[in-house]
Design a binder for this molecule. Structure first.
Ligand code: C2E
Ligand code: MG
Ligand code: MG
Length: 559
């Protein structure tokens, strides 16, 4: 209450108490005391006596409105006509009550408190809407719009003060798989975890924004390329620490692209576009962090060209297979071949798989490509079937195994060419089950029950242990060539020896790939390895050549 009279104060309190209120109140009579009281406690209503002497009623009303626009004020007065009422309302009063009619006070307060509540609610909603227009509701981070604002603002400051500025764009690797496998709930939690970690490790002056999906942006004021690289390393490391979500420790890697003012651009658009190009490069080259370089624009241009050429290549049958024999070590008999794809590019000539498989995987073109490869491999080795029979191994990318229709399609292909399922092997990598364990496992089981052989390729380079393999329907391990080539040098020998022993204990056969010399061949024989593959035996070659070679080789074996 703002007023001079303790008697009026008592009357007001009595009127309100009669109206059913339990009143906690304070009376002040000048502007300092009013300001102090407003700051001290959150009041529900203000009663302003029009005749207060220490502060004009109009000023008191103004002070209150500035402090809290939603706090309702009721003016009380000893007398006053229409003019006084209008004047009070103009100054922001919600009602005007003569002191001799204080019985009107409680109903007026009832009404005002209700309306003030509604006003507060509406204002909160408006605030929230304004906030949402500039923030991402999931992570509470600024959104793309606000990032743009902040970046433009930071650029103006940098230009004026001749300082540098760095923009980082960050994208999680394999986030889609996590979402698909563990559900959107887990995906959302992971994004929140990443967002709060990144926000927590940076300075207040830095902006962290979510651009959408699993993409984030970071603005680092007064930072040059070296500073940006240091921060990027820290961010990458921080994100890699596992997040515990639904009692499961999830760990993701990320790719980060950097662009800097003024070297790489002077506008927000240019910096965003260039950091994006760099991020793309970091991701496709699997290097984690990349700083924008003009040559990368060509890189992305080349990439786009290559994607469209891949499509044409599929339509125009530009893919052929070479086969590399796999030889049973104790008997020297060829027991299988591995199909290796080659792209006969109209301009570049023969392109090896390392030059396009990764791109095909990223763009989804791997599935039609794999279908062609499977079909070709089965056809080429079923007409006529070799004697003695052998197994044709085809490499599968993780993504292919997530297609529940795969076992059915493979069964159909085998049926068309009258090839027994045992004549087909599928090489998968250890990590194949990391992305979508349930679906991949179903697919693998289906294939295995059909009689198709399952081989773990590049064994030793992934994350899995042999005991983990026990749960998989696997027939064979192929030890990665990085262990075989250096076999005669100590440490690798131990790895290869124990892999062979453990695999045998699990009932799996073991193949060594990348056998390049007589010495390695002999050592593998001594270690009890079952089969070998490598240039020492025979380099990959087209089907006719390999068939001829196998004929002479198996004859030799018989002699
Ligand atoms: P991988 O499945 O481990 O295939 C073995 C690779 O080692 C082949 O390379 C082969 O030519 C090479 N190689 C053979 N003998 C030796 C040797 O003695 N020493 C060394 N250093 N290397 C040897 P290539 O044909 O370039 O294939 C590379 C990779 O591309 C393959 O590794 C496989 O992961 C992938 N790939 C090949 N064909 C296909 C395919 O049809 N589908 C899919 N998804 N991936 C494929
Ligand atoms: Mg392979
Ligand atoms: Mg391999």
């Amino acid at each position: 209450m703002i007023g001079d009279s303790p008697a009026d104060e008592t009357l007001v309190v009595e009127a309100l108490t009669r109206g059913g209120y339990d009143v906690a109140h304070q009376r002040v009579n000048d502007s300092e005391a009013l300001t102090a009281a407003l700051g001290r406690r959150a009041s529900s209503i203000a009663i302003v006596d029009a005749t207060v002497t220490g502060v004009p009623a109009a000023v008191a009303l103004d002070l209150i409105r500035v402090h809290d626009a939603d706090l309702p004020c009721i003016v009380i007065a000893d007398w006053g006509g229409d003019e006084a009422v209008v004047a009070a309302m103009r100054c922001g009063a919600r009602d005007f009550i003569l002191k001799r009619h204080l019985e009107r006070l409680a109903p007026a307060v009832d009404r005002e408190l209700g309306e003030a509540g509604a006003r507060r609610e509406r204002r909160r909603a408006e605030k929230r809407l304004a906030y949402l227009a500039y923030h991402d509701p999931l992570t509470d981070l600024p959104n793309r719009l606000l990032l743009h604002d902040r970046l433009a603002q930071a650029l103006r400051v940098a230009a004026r003060t001749s300082t540098s500025l760095a923009l980082l764009i960050l994208d999680l690797n394999g986030f889609k798989e996590i979402n698909d496998t563990l559900g959107h709930h887990a995906g959302d939690r992971l994004l929140q975890c990443v967002a709060s970690r990144v926000r927590g490790m940076l300075r207040d002056a830095d902006t962290v924004a979510r651009l959408g999906g699993d993409e984030f942006a970071i603005v680092l004021p007064v930072t040059d390329v070296n500073g940006a690289l240091l921060t990027a390393e820290k961010v990458l490391h921080e994100i890699e620490q596992p997040c515990v979500i639904d009692h499961r420790a999830l760990s993701v890697r990320s790719s980060l692209g950097i662009s800097c003012f003024p070297e790489h651009g002077t506008s927000a658009e240019a910096l965003l576009q260039r950091a994006d190009v760099a991020m793309y490069v970091a991701k496709s080259d699997r290097v984690g962090i990349a700083v924008y370089a003009p040559s990368q624009d060509r890189h992305t241009h080349r990439r786009l060209t290559l994607i469209s050429e891949l499509r044409t290549g599929l339509d125009e049958n530009q893919f052929t297979l070479e086969y590399q024999p796999i030889v049973h070590l104790p008997t020297n008999v060829v027991t299988g071949v591995e199909a290796l794809v080659r792209w006969n590019h109209p301009k570049q000539g023969r392109v090896m798989p390392d030059g396009f498989i990764h791109l095909a995987e990223q763009t989804g073109l791997i599935n039609p490509l794999t279908t062609i490869i499977l079909e070709t491999a089965i056809r080429e080795w079923s007409q006529p079937p070799p004697v003695p029979p052998l197994t044709v191994a085809v490499n599968l990318s993780p993504r292919t195994l997530q297609d529940p229709g795969l076992p059915r399609r493979i069964a159909d292909m085998l049926a068309v060419y009258g090839a027994p399922p045992q004549s087909l092997a599928l090489e998968i990598t250890e990590n194949i089950l990391m992305s979508d364990p349930v679906r991949s496992m179903d697919c693998l089981k289906g294939l295995h029950e059909m009689g198709v052989r399952i081989v773990i390729d590049d064994f030793g380079t992934g994350y899995s242990s042999l005991s983990y393999l026990r749960r998989l329907p696997v027939d064979e391990l192929k030890i990665d060539r990085s262990f075989i080539t250096g076999l005669l040098e100590g440490a690798d020998d131990v790895i290869v020896r124990s892999t062979i022993d453990l695999a045998h204990n699990l009932g799996l056969t073991v193949v060594a790939e990348g056998v390049e010399s007589d010495e390695v061949h002999a050592r593998l024989m001594a270690l009890g390895c079952d089969a070998v593959q490598g240039t020492f035996i025979r380099a990959p070659a087209p089907m006719a050549e390999v068939r001829a070679w196998i004929g002479s080789q198996n004859l030799l074996g018989l002699m």
